[in-house]
Design a protein around this ligand. Structure first.
Ligand SMILES: Cc1cc2nc3c(=O)[nH]c(=O)nc-3n(C[C@H](O)[C@H](O)[C@H](O)COP(=O)(O)OP(=O)(O)OC[C@H]3O[C@@H](n4cnc5c(N)ncnc54)[C@H](O)[C@@H]3O)c2cc1C
Length: 444
């Protein structure tokens, strides 16, 4: 479906099959929480509040991709996705280059990779606006400190002492999710991926723009990758050169904390970038400051749904965080939002647990494909040039995004998560009902 086609048709919100509609509270107003609010609202459910612990949002993060698989759903839910497309990277293709000299090893459409790459903070602003346009309250400074998993109405408590109940609580509380501990019954510790990223995002100064040793990628929107043994650099130039971002992924032998805010060591960056293609080298080396993001895995969770009421569910990074090379964190959160909303519309009010258990069963295999694509791509990029002579040509398919798995898996981007949920509903729901009847819900 062409998303533009959808937004030119008059938008119509669906009517909930439940009377009264299910009351839903969402924890976390990140991109996942906003997508959940918009999807649930579209399907007629009553989103009573989206809670976030921070007092206000700031422009955090840097490049984030939103793929066709996400924006086709957002368009269907009545969002004007042109607002995203206009501020996303306008380059038609991305180039994958050899580390030390920049030789182009492969080129492919940007839409095959991450869709529209823009600043996470800018995309977040738009998602928040879409939530507000639907008159869904976003309650800031609302720090959820505990959950009570009682049937039929679970509850949560804020640091203020206030307690909220709902028919369903959707915990989109990110990589360090508190709700995840409730669902698992124990803490799950992050597992180092063995890599971290140095990242910088800034507006180039007039001096940098005028300097031929640093301005090779500043004239227009562009995306380039330089791949080398155990390392790669991503460069993303946005807004016709007004904004510039580089991300250097490196072996993580140190012990930096898992944080979005950890300052990076520019001396170490300069050491790592000393032999990269000179056209990007000086732009990186002259950067004043950067962040150092440790890239951690979470082991796939055995469940995303609370054990007693089955009415507290995880969504987004709280249950399916991705590596940066997947470029699918926000897109998969959006898919999960659509599938949860669809499942809730396919059950009677007293069968919410069938919907939530079907949701996790439908989503788990899909996000595993998306997560492993990111691991596969990183490993191909980091290994392809090892022990290869300078004059030997690399097969472009070896370094293209999704190249090795593309033939074996359904392409990520053409997927319609809501349609898939409807198509598989009968089979999955009957499996869930059988499991619930025995009282033994199988692990994911
Ligand atoms: C600061 C930051 C920067 C990021 N930068 C990038 C980037 O540059 N590129 C990229 O691809 N991805 C980035 N990500 C990750 C990306 O945003 C996510 O993968 C994707 O959007 C799905 O996120 P989410 O909504 O599940 O979680 P998040 O985006 O992490 O949102 C979780 C939200 O929950 C709130 N929250 C957490 N705990 C509580 C609680 N107890 N009570 C109430 N609220 C709570 C948090 O304040 C936050 O707003 C970033 C995430 C963060 C938080």
């Amino acid at each position: 479906m062409d998303p533009q086609e959808v937004i030119t048709k008059p938008y119509k919100r669906l009517v909930s099959p439940h009377d009264p509609p299910l009351r839903v509270v969402i924890v976390g107003a990140g991109l996942g929480g906003c997508a959940a609010a918009i999807a649930l609202h579209h399907h007629g459910h009553d989103v009573v509040a989206v809670l976030d612990k921070v007092r206000q949002f700031t422009r955090l993060g840097d490049s984030l991709g939103l793929g066709e698989n996400a924006y086709k759903l957002l368009a269907r839910w009545g969002c004007n996705i042109k607002e995203i497309q206009e501020i996303g990277n306008q380059a038609p293709t991305m180039k994958i280059r050899r580390w030390h000299d920049g030789k182009v090893l492969a080129e492919q459409p940007l839409m095959d990779m991450a869709g529209y790459i823009g600043h996470r903070g800018d995309y977040h602003d738009i998602f928040l606006k879409w939530v507000r346009e639907r008159s869904i309250p976003i309650l800031m400074n609302s720090d959820v400190v505990s959950y009570t998993d009682t049937s039929p109405t679970p509850s949560l408590t804020l640091s203020s002492g206030e307690t909220l109940t709902a028919d369903l609580i959707v915990a989109c509380d990110g990589i360090k999710s508190l709700a995840r501990h409730l669902v698992l019954g124990s803490r799950d510790d992050p597992v180092s991926s063995g890599y971290a990223c140095f990242r910088a995002y800034f507006s180039p100064s007039p001096e940098m723009r005028a300097d031929p040793s640093r301005n090779a990628f500043l004239n227009e929107d562009s995306v380039n990758f330089w791949i080398g043994p155990d390392t790669h650099v991503v460069q993303n130039t946005l807004r016709g050169g007004k904004e510039f971002n580089w991300i250097l992924t490196h072996k993580d032998e140190g012990d930096i904390p898992e944080s979005w805010f950890q300052p990076g060591d520019m001396d170490e960056v300069r050491r790592l970038a000393a032999d990269i293609d000179p056209r990007i080298r000086h732009a990186i080396m002259s950067t004043e400051k950067c962040l150092d993001w440790k890239i951690c895995y979470r082991k796939p969770l055995p469940t995303w749904v609370s054990p007693e009421s089955h009415r507290i569910v995880l969504l987004g990074d709280s249950c399916h965080a991705h590596l940066p090379t997947s470029a699918q964190g926000a897109s998969q959160a959006t898919e999960s939002a659509g599938v949860l909303a669809v499942c809730l519309s396919l059950v009677e009010s007293d069968e919410v647990k069938v919907a939530t258990r079907a949701y996790e069963k439908l989503r788990f295999p899909r996000v595993r494909v998306s997560q492993t694509h990111g691991e596969d791509l990183r490993d191909r990029w980091h290994n392809v040039l090892k022990n290869v002579e300078e004059d030997v040509d690399i097969d472009p398919e070896m370094v293209k995004i999704k190249a090795s798995t593309y033939l074996h898996n359904r392409p990520l981007y053409a997927f319609d998560a809501e349609k898939d949920a409807i198509d598989k509903w009968e089979e999955v729901a009957s499996r869930v009902r059988a499991e619930l009847a025995t009282g033994k819900v199988g692990p994911l």
